[in-house]
Every structure is written in C-alpha cells, then in structure tokens.
Design a protein around this ligand. Sequence first.
Ligand code: COA
Length: 327
Amino acid sequence: MAVRAKIVGTGSSLPSRVVTNKDLEIMVDTSDEWIRTRTGICERRIAGEGENNSLFAAEAGRRALEMAGVDAADLDLILVATMTPDMVMPSVACLVQDALGAGRAGAMDLMATCSGFIYGLSVAERFVRCDPSMKVLVIGSEVLSRRVNWEDRSTCVLFGDGAGAALVIGEEGDRGILSSHLHSDGSLWELLTVKGCGTRFPVSHDNLEQGLQFIQMQGREVFKHAVKALESVALEALESNGLNMGDVDLLIAHQANMRILDFLRQRMGLEQDKVFINIDKYGNTSAASIAIALDEANRQGRLSPGMNVLMVAFGGGFTWGSMLVRW
Ligand code: COA
C-alpha cells in the first residue's frame, strides 16, 4: 500500500491583544461599517511589546506536537513559512528548534507570502514521501503588525498576527495529502510589496521616510488576480484527483477578504457550512491564515476521517497554490 504524508496534529497561537474596528476608528479615518462590508473583518490580534514571531510559532508547534503525541526530540525537520521573521538571520525555524528542544531537527524558513503554509506543507509532503520515517513540523507564522503603516487606512485595517502549525508524518493508507499544486507570477510583484530593508532598498533615512518598510498594496488589482487564481487552482486540484466540486467537504481558503471567500463559494457551488471562515476574528494573517484555520476546524470537530479538505492560498509575489487532503 502507498505511503502518504498525513497531518497528525495541528496547533495555533495568537496574541491575546484584540484590536477591534472601533479601536481603529480612533487611529485612522475609517469606520467599522467600511471595514466589515469591504472585508468581513471585525477584529484582529496584535502582538504586544516583546512578543515576536518565534514565540507564536513555537507555541503553535508545541500544540501540534502535543495533539499528535510526538516528542519534539523526534522531529526531523522544522519549516517555518513567514515574511515577518524575528530577524534576517537566524531563521525563525532555528529559534523554534531551540524553544522546542528539537535536538536533531533541521530547520529553515520559507518565504512564499500568504501561500507559505501551502508551500511548506508541499515541501514536507515531498520529504515524507521520500523517507516515510520523517516527522516534519510545518508552521505558518506572522507578526504583520510591525510591517503595517498604522497611518495608512487602506492597509492597516486588513492584517493581523498569529501562528498555526501542522505535524506531517508518513503513513500507509488512503488518507493524507492527495496532491499539491504550486504556482507563481513574479511579473506582478509590484502590486503587493514590502520593498524596504532588503538589499535593493536598504535601511536608509530616505527609504524609511518613503515608508518602503511597510506593506504596500494595489488592493483592487490584487483582488482581481486573487479570485481568478484561487478558483483555477481549486479546479486544478479537483481535476487532478478525478473529483468535482461536490466532493469538497471543507474548503479552507486564505482568509484575505470575505468577498473573495464568498465569490469562491458561489463559483464552486458550495454550501455556507463547507467554507471555513475566521477572517472576522483575525483579519489577514498571511502565511499563518490557513494554518490557524486548519487548527480551528480540527479542534472544533469539523474534520472527520475520510473528508476531502481543500486548502487554497494566494499572496504577494504573486504566489498561489492548493493542497487537497483526505483527512
Ligand atoms: N476606511 C475607509 N475608507 C477606505 C479605507 C478604510 N480603511 N481604505 C480605503 N478606503 C477608501 C479609499 O480611499 C477609496 O476612496 P475613494 O473612492 O474616495 O478614493 C474607497 O475606500 C475605495 O477604495 P478601494 O481600495 O477601491 O476599495 P476596495 O473596494 O477595493 O476594497 C480592499 C479595498 C483592500 C479591501 C480590497 O481591494 C481587497 O480586499 N483587495 C484584496 C486584498 C488581498 O486579498 N490582499 C492580500 C492578498 S494575500
């Protein structure tokens, strides 16, 4: 019987500080009504002083290991998908490795913006299929609040902080990851950026004054590309497995905008209860978004053995991708 990569534990960790739309009304020229109707977001979690990406990443990982009953010392690889690492060097994954005491694990970060968790799961799946004895911890974790210009109402209302994790192991049987598809289009990179503080636009007074260290987005354009890419990658996932829309038991899409999720649901002809939604509570947490949603769905008992769970993501780069799992 074939060995499949299987998700055997999930976890998540979020800052305790809640920032509501009403709170934002005091900071920028916006309204609860605008944010709710345009995005579906009601509140988001924001990291407090001294709370860094690796703190949430490690806690999410710890919870995933606990659910699976696996010791951190038995991990072979830690992958952290993020675009907001604690530092340029070392990786968040190394800080997580230390925090968990994962003595023999390799560790690396992976940057694929909001699609990062799907990319990470896809890499884990390949490792596990090559060596079924491997245990790979995949984490999506972000502290986007420190890359947001809190004076720019067009972006600051959208994002939030947090982390989610999944433990992937090899197991014989029909359940596990059925397929993953990854895509990108770098020609559209300028539509969604954090340009500053890399090597092209290094830290300098000029660059900081221009706000290049912050997220900049052409929202309408991104929206148009996101809906198209998400629909096509969902179809691709189903077709490649000989399945159709009716076979999807739960769709977990990147939580970027409620209108994107509604559009997808309608195009795919899915009932409301087949689309997981938590954007209202957390906003867009980029690479953490699907990871947190997967853990919440799992802990709420919404995933049962044999269900087809379709995850689809889209983000800056552009990157997009899917992962179809028989739970
Ligand atoms: N509060 C109040 N008004 C706001 C606002 C805010 N927070 N942000 C923008 N506006 C205003 C704009 O200034 C504009 O005003 P104008 O018409 O007087 O110029 C108006 O609202 C419409 O702005 P626009 O950007 O066209 O709104 P939109 O309907 O496209 O919604 C987004 C904006 C960002 C919510 C939407 O484009 C979006 O979700 N895009 C995709 C985002 C995404 O998925 N990103 C991540 C991918 S990983």
